[in-house]
Every structure is written in structure tokens, then in C-alpha cells.
Ligand binder design. Structure first.
Ligand SMILES: [Zn+2]
Length: 104
């Protein structure tokens, strides 16, 4: 591999060029492993707590991957809240009709 700055041949594992001292891009390729991940979004959706924990662990080093898990967790929480709200209204309506029947 060759240095992007000075063009000298350098060790392919070198993070910094020994000739000019510039970063070789090796460290930035490690950062590039960070990408949105649908798998973790789905995991976060079904297990919002795990998604939240993964978000907190990853948010500094791999923010895109963290965002996927966090977003999945958020959607999971909203959907489960909507479902429980639906059931509360349904049960409330059922109990209300029962009570109404009792009084009449
Ligand atoms: Zn160089």
C-alpha cells in the first residue's frame, strides 16, 4: 500500500505514514465499519430495552449502528404503547358496558 499524501510505499498495517507522518486512512477504514443495521433495528423493535442499551453502548464509537438499534427500540416502544392503549380503551369500553348493564 502507498501513502495518500507523499506516495511512499508503506506497511499495509501502518496507521500513520513513517515518511511524512500523515494518517494512512487505516484508522478511517475502521470507522467505516459503522453503518445502519436493520438486524439491530429489528432486535430493538422486539426488545426495546436491549435496543436502548446497545444504543448507549455504541453511540460514541458507531453512531449509525447505535441509531439503528435506538430507532428500532423507539418504534417498538411506540407500537407496544399504542397496542396497550388500544387494549385499555377496549377493556374500558367492555367494563363500561358491563357497569351500564348492571345499573339498568
Ligand atoms: Zn506519507
Amino acid at each position: 500500500m502507498y501513502c495518500n499524501t507523499c506516495g511512499n510505499e508503506i506497511n499495509e498495517n501502518a496507521v500513520v505514514c513513517p515518511k511524512c507522518g500523515c494518517a494512512t486512512g487505516k484508522s478511517s477504514s475502521v470507522v467505516k465499519q459503522d453503518a445502519p443495521n436493520t438486524g439491530f433495528a429489528v432486535l430493538g423493535f422486539f426488545f426495546p430495552l436491549i435496543g436502548l442499551i446497545l444504543y448507549l453502548i455504541w453511540k460514541t464509537e458507531t453512531p449509525l449502528k447505535a441509531k439503528s438499534a435506538g430507532k428500532g427500540a423507539l418504534i417498538g416502544v411506540i407500537v407496544s404503547a399504542a397496542i396497550s392503549l388500544f387494549y385499555i380503551i377496549l377493556i374500558g369500553a367492555f367494563v363500561g358496558s358491563m357497569a351500564g348493564g348492571y345499573y339498568y
